[in-house]
Design a binder for this molecule. Structure first.
Ligand code: G3P
Ligand code: CA
Length: 257
């Protein structure tokens, strides 16, 4: 977007549906992803992990306890055990029967559709298998990879340098702008050849920071917006790609680039 003059007004931000639309449907379920798509999300974000028997599934936490009716670590359970769990019932009876999606299921549901899949490598050592499944589905043009784990970032880039990659970092709370800028610079040192997406969480993001990133061709995608007023303020500060639990707030909000 750096090719557009600053202050260009566009019709809406680039909306990334964080784990689907957890404000309206259970996180990281096919029901949630489908809703995100119907609401017009530009990207659908997800979290990839691996089961004990080597299958890629989608879950944010390292245990199944919070979001399903089961207990235990994802990495200690087989695919069959995980698929037997209910990932909707805790959210509400209307979502009873929702399963923990496999990564392949998520890919196939949106293959060729007008949406980008924002794939977070949540576990370590899943980069190669994730890229393999993306390639097998012929979806390298339809995904962006992101991770907090630098090793996973580097591995993804080695496997397929064509795929866009973002480095997630969290400078902690409270974080000074200086710390954020320093982290951005460090990312750039590692990120040569990578997609220039960078995410920063926590608190507020300043115009200084978004300008710094923009000048270096980095997309200002940040997470996780859950407060409408804060979100509005951050759009004014130059966030153009909010990663949010509230896709429904954002489908018609003009912003300045
Ligand atoms: O997309 C960024 C965001 O998902 C990272 O945080 O903990 O929600 O996976 P988390
Ligand atoms: Ca995530």
């Amino acid at each position: 977007y750096s090719q557009y003059p600053e202050n260009t007004i566009v019709q809406r931000p680039i909306v990334a549906a964080h784990r689907g639309v957890p404000s309206l449907a259970p996180e990281n379920t096919m029901a949630g992803y489908q809703l995100a798509y119907e609401l017009g999300a530009d990207l659908i974000e997800t979290d990839v992990q691996r089961t004990k028997d080597g299958h890629l599934i989608i879950m944010h936490d390292y245990t199944v306890d919070r979001t399903t009716n089961g207990t235990g670590n994802v990495a200690d359970l087989t695919l069959e055990q995980i698929r037997a769990l209910d990932a909707g019932i805790k959210y509400g009876p209307e979502f009873a029967g929702e399963k923990v999606p496999t990564f392949r299921e998520y890919l196939q549901a949106f293959k060729g559709k007008d949406v980008v899949l924002l794939v977070e490598l949540k576990a370590t050592d899943v980069a190669e298998q994730t890229m393999k499944e993306i390639e097998e589905e012929g979806m390298t043009d339809q995904v962006l990879i992101q991770s907090f784990h630098l090793g996973e970032i580097i591995k993804s880039d080695e496997v397929n340098p064509q795929v866009g990659i973002g480095y997630l970092f969290s400078a902690g709370v409270p974080a000074t702008t200086d710390a954020k800028l320093k982290n951005a610079q460090q990312m750039l040192n590692y990120a040569s050849g990578m997609n220039a997406t960078l995410n920063a969480s926590y608190g507020s993001i300043s115009k200084e920071f978004t300008t710094y990133m923009r000048q270096r061709g980095m997309m200002n995608m940040h997470w996780t917006f859950r407060n409408e007023q804060h979100l509005g303020n951050q759009l004014e500060q130059g966030v153009i790609g909010p990663i949010t639990d509230y896709t429904q707030w954002l489908t018609d909000v003009p912003i300045r680039l």
